[in-house]
Design a protein around this ligand. Structure first.
Ligand code: 5AD
Ligand code: SF4
Length: 436
């Protein structure tokens, strides 16, 4: 049996896709290994969202030459967003890559591997308007047996000016809700206690007459002991109806990832985000009205085209207003062929982008710490996940707000719910003790 080694970079969607790839290739008779030296194929599932994500993959591909020298039959394939963006150009530039397969073409992998084994080089990068891999039951590779991703929709057609995703993942399409609910139920029966519904913009999920709130309601009804999370939401589509459904189900987690990107209306307009700061703050208020204990997290970009100091200051001001529990913070990275690359100047100097980014990071760090300090003394239901990194005597889990809580092990078991009282914190972690 030939064996495959899969490496995954990028977002949660990519990790979910690797599990679909795993399933397709397992079905075709391939085995999997965690040891590079045992592999006949290395598949690298890649991200194209920023240049540094691509550079990491380039570096890795070149590094794999050594493994190929030790094992001459070893074939390398690049999957995912970078494969889609660069297509066969990637094989021309990296001559040790044998195949390139985009996110909608994973069903072709078994055929490709056969041809590649015979010495061919191949690129399959056709995008689809219908592919959702709905019928494929993912192989839960990296899973802890407790929490799993369920992909519910693919693609994005929002065309934010900076973003490569509409070009690498194609048009939006939603997966049949029945297959989603069935997958959730099956996971619950296997002992899983948390599912995260994934899509580039889950709020625009629509299949027949089922919209995203309807889907959330159906998945939450699988079992009250199954926690339901979702990512990612576009602020323009975050509806009151969704907030009502969330508030009505204790097992829908009190956590919303709501990427803001900038706190300046001018930048939001240039970015083609289709909302204003005022709209965004209204959505934040609506969330807090519906669920006062809901945590809110975000993504932000520092130094987008034309960003002035005033625009940057507006972003800091927005962070002070919203007081996010967590933020993914990035320097703007120009992506070829996007609207911004074609029409806007990448005119903030790199050092200045770094300076602005660091300012946001410092502010957010202080806010996260203050938010966590307010948690001290509170008690939460925690889904226990496993041993903490620091000590075997300690376990970690998450509360509904998705905050990590570390506590002494005692009789607690991974995969169960326990009550934990928070006693101390850092900016990233809560520390507590079992209280039940
Ligand atoms: N440069 C920097 N950050 C980007 N993101 C998307 N495109 C870019 C880019 N060109 C960020 C956005 C998005 C997150 C997934 O990555 O904040 O929400
Ligand atoms: Fe995920 Fe976007 Fe990166 Fe593709 S480009 S892996 S969709 S973050």
């Amino acid at each position: 049996m030939e064996t495959i080694y899969i490496e995954t970079y990028g977002c949660q969607m990519n990790f979910a896709d690797s599990e679909i790839v795993g399933s397709i290739l397992k079905e075709a008779g391939y085995g999997f290994t965690d040891e590079l030296q045992d592999a006949d194929y290395v598949l690298i599932n890649t991200c194209a969202i920023r240049d540094n994500a691509e550079q990491r993959v380039r570096h890795r591909v070149r590094e794999l030459r050594a493994a190929q020298n030790r094992r001459p039959g070893l074939r390398i394939g690049v999957l995912g967003c970078m494969a889609e963006r660069l297509q066969s150009q990637l094989m021309a530039e990296e001559d040790n890559v044998s195949f390139v397969v985009g996110p909608d073409a994973y069903r072709t992998l078994p055929d490709i591997l056969v041809r590649v084994r015979e010495g061919a080089r191949q690129a399959e990068t056709e995008l689809s308007t219908t592919e959702t891999y709905a019928d494929i039951e993912p192989v839960r590779f990296g899973s802890n047996g407790i929490s799993a991703y369920i992909s519910i929709m693919r693609g994005c057609q929002n065309y934010c000016a900076y973003c490569v995703v509409p070009y690498t993942r194609g048009r939006e399409r939603s997966r049949d809700p029945k297959t989603i609910v069935d997958e959730a139920r099956k996971l619950f029966d296997q002992g899983y206690r948390e599912v995260t519904l994934l899509g580039q913009n889950v709020n625009s999920y629509a299949c027949g007459d089922v919209d995203f709130p309807g889907l959330m309601d159906a998945v939450a009804n699988v079992d009250p002991r199954l926690r339901v999370r979702f990512a990612t939401s576009h602020p323009k589509d975050l509806s009151d109806k969704l907030l009502e459904v969330m508030a009505a189900h204790q097992n829908i987690c009190r956590c919303i990832h709501l990427p803001v990107q900038s706190g300046s209306n001018l930048m939001l307009k240039l970015m083609n985000r289709k909302y204003t700061v005022e709209w965004y703050l209204d959505r934040v208020e609506a969330i807090r009205r519906a669920m006062p204990d809901c945590s809110i997290t975000t993504d932000v970009i520092a130094g987008f085209s034309g960003e002035t100091l005033e625009d940057h200051e507006a972003t800091l001001e927005l962070f002070r207003k919203v007081r996010y529990d967590y933020a993914y913070m990035f320097k703007y990275s120009l992506r070829p062929n996007t609207y911004a690359a074609r029409h806007l100047a990448d005119d903030v100097a790199d050092e200045e982008k770094t300076r602005r980014l660091n300012e946001i990071i410092a502010l957010q760090g202080a806010i996260a710490l203050e938010n966590n300090q307010k948690e001290v003394g509170k008690e939460y239901e925690v889904l226990v996940e496993g041993a903490s990194h620091r000590s075997k005597e300690q376990l970690f889990g998450r509360n509904s707000q998705n905050k990590v809580i570390v506590f002494d092990r005692r009789d607690a078991q991974p995969g169960t719910y326990r009550r934990v009282r928070v006693e101390a914190c850092t900016a990233a972690t809560l520390l507590g003790q079992l209280s039940d």
